[in-house]
Ligand binder design. Structure first.
Ligand code: M6R
Length: 609
């Protein structure tokens, strides 16, 4: 989603703005732009498409100035054109925005009725005109901003510069993330700390409703006002983030690299939670599962939601705890029944997903214990929840989640084990056995990846399909869902996943010779049932591709192929088969020639609802 950079410096900032934007590219975007103030004018450069297009323009016509703002735009209101790209500007003020101004239509109509001319189709443009109007009334910059943002509804992080005062940069946030970076002789704004890391690791996370006024005088100073316009002090953190540009390390795509990192990331995540020698769970997990009335609510979006669906099987089977799973975007608006015995787990790779964050705040306000399971330690969810648990996946650059997803599964599985132990449902011996199975998972994943050429062949075949069906039962069902989502995201092939037992209730009508079936069918307690469902589909003429560890399995079909995966326990299978569907999606996209790491229309961090 949109990314923001702001710099107030003594040096030229044009190239640095673009450099900062390059560290926000991972969020997904479709146009980019920068603006600086120089010699009493606002200079802007904007381009549709990738950052390279903007770089090329700036190389030809450098933008001078020591204060500036930059933006990568993920289009919401108005197509991804140069005209709609940020910064938006009047003669005196330029603004970049992440979020959505929900009441922009009403504001726009009012402005148009006052003869204000709009240049773009964006919601953001109302913000510049509102500030411009206040400035025209002779108000100070600070008052003009405060009074303008008071009129906005929705979510926003804004960075604002002013033609008549190149010594000031203002940032403000409500709903969308924004951080302040501090150096003795420069101040920065960024959508995340990582984008600022090469410049400074002294970071202040602006809180909901905060406005920061950054000034250049004989030295660099800033003031932060809270949502009530009271001057406040916010903590400054000294971070220790890697500063090197993310590298593909010899792999053709970040996604492939991240798939291959899973043996390591799964091991890191597991060992942060368990003692591998004693085969015990480290007693540092932040939930008291002994409360007999406890209910678990798992809330997330996208792949993280599928991780929650998987966890429901584990919490209910292993720990016998009632567990409900919700899509954050539904949960937050359906007036859910919650009580103080509910523990709400919010699962998010980025820790910034707007819907999940809003659901978290809702549950917190209703008195529930909130626990965020996130991959980014300083993310909004980590900071907002009562407690958080980290997945140790490291930065994930590919838009399609792979290693972050499997690390979420690992945390959730250990948590279910911990819950079962706290409730005395399983004894130490069973816990040790379970941990032993988990400790083998990295090795199983390595075995899957040793035979990656099989996925390459299957990917080539699937790249010719327009539609695909995935099926699985039990914990193989969330794997099927994840497989279908991965395939859709990066190869743009229409794919749906069904619990295998549901096929006969409608989806079997979709079966034909052009619609391949991918079955997640390890030889587990659900195998015989799934095998019958596969047979039913094969009989109706579909090409059938089965992921299994059962070498005996065969069906008569127009086209049949099995990919054999390592024999393992039911829990390890969740990881093994997930890795397999990731590889299938990757190679299908590769053969189709789509943009694997930055698929069209998608964003890594979904900061609008
Ligand atoms: O950062 P989050 O885990 O909260 O993101 C949720 C979804 O947007 C995310 O999982 C999305 O579905 C991915 N593109 C999946 O590959």
């Amino acid at each position: 989603m949109c990314g923001i950079i702001g710099i107030l410096s003594n040096k030229e900032v044009g190239n640095s703005l673009i450099d900062g934007l390059s560290r926000l590219e991972y969020r997904g975007y479709d146009s980019a732009g920068i603006a600086t103030i120089n010699q009493n004018t606002i200079n802007r450069c904007r381009a549709a498409g990738k950052l390279q297009a903007l770089k090329d323009l700036v190389e030809k016509n450098p933008l001078s100035g020591s204060v500036g703002i930059g933006h990568t735009r993920w289009a919401t209101h108005g197509s991804p054109t140069k005209r709609n790209a940020h910064p938006h500007a009047t003669d005196r003020v330029a603004v970049v925005h992440n979020g959505i101004i929900e009441n922009y239509q009403i504001l726009k109509e009012a402005l148009i009725s006052q003869e204000v001319a709009f240049q773009s189709e964006t919601d953001t443009e109302v913000v510049v005109h509102l500030i411009e109007q206040e400035l025209q009334l002779g108000k100070s910059i600070e008052i003009a901003v405060v009074e303008s943002i008071a009129k906005l509804e929705g979510a926003f992080a804004l960075a604002i510069i002013f033609k008549d005062n190149p010594d000031i940069l203002i940032g403000t946030r409500r709903g969308s993330p924004l951080v302040l970076g501090i150096k003795e002789d420069e101040l920065f704004l960024g959508s995340d700390a990582w984008s600022l890391a090469p410049w400074t690791q002294k970071i202040c996370y602006l809180e909901e409703g905060d406005t920061v006024i950054m000034c250049r005088g004989s030295n660099f100073t800033y003031k932060i006002y809270d949502a009530n316009n009271q001057l406040v002090n916010r903590d400054i953190k000294q971070l220790n983030l890697a500063t090197g540009a993310a590298s593909k390390g010899g792999y053709s795509h970040f996604m492939l690299k991240e798939i291959f990192e899973q043996p390591q990331t799964l091991s890191d995540t597991l060992l942060s939670l368990v003692d591998e020698h004693n085969k015990t769970i480290r007693n540092e997990l932040p939930i008291d599962f002994t409360n007999k009335n406890l209910r678990i609510r798992l809330i997330a979006c996208g792949s993280s939601y599928y991780a929650c669906l998987m966890a429901k099987y584990w919490f209910e089977k292993t720990a016998r705890i009632l567990c409900e799973v919700d899509l954050a975007s539904e949960f937050r608006y359906r007036d859910p029944v919650l009580n103080s015995d509910d523990t709400c787990l919010f699962v998010s790779q980025s820790g910034e997903t707007t819907d999940t964050l809003a659901a978290l705040n809702l549950a917190k306000n209703m008195g529930c214990l909130t626990v965020a399971i996130v991959n980014v330690p300083e993310s909004s969810m980590a900071r907002s929840a009562h407690q958080h648990i980290l997945t140790m996946a490291g930065p994930e650059i590919g838009v399609a989640s792979t290693k972050a997803f499997t690390s979420q599964l690992m945390v959730l599985n250990v948590l279910s084990l911990y819950a079962a132990s706290a409730r005395k449902i399983i004894d130490n011996h069973t816990i040790a056995e379970h941990i032993t199975e988990l400790l083998h998972i990295p090795n199983f994943i390595s075995q899957v990846l040793q035979n990656i050429s099989e996925f390459d062949q299957l990917g080539q075949r699937l790249s010719q399909a327009r539609d695909a069906l995935f099926i699985g039962r039990g914990t193989n069902y969330p794997v099927a869902l994840e497989g279908a989502l991965k395939l859709k995201e990066i190869s743009y092939i229409h794919a749906e996943a069904y619990a295998a037992g549901e096929l006969k209730h409608g989806p079997i009508a979709l079966v034909d010779s052009a619609t391949p079936l991918i079955a997640i069918a390890p030889n587990d307690s659900w195998f015989e049932k799934t095998a019958s469902n596969i047979q039913e589909v094969a009989t109706r003429g579909a090409p059938v591709f089965v992921l299994t560890d059962n070498q005996e399995f065969n069906v008569k079909s127009c086209e049949f192929r099995s990919i054999y995966l390592p024999k393992a326990g039911t829990v390890a299978n969740c990881f093994i088969y997930t890795c397999a569907v990731q590889c299938i999606a990757y190679y299908t996209a590769l053969h189709k020639g789509t943009d694997v790491d930055q698929p069209r229309n998608l964003a890594k961090s979904v900061t609008v609802e």
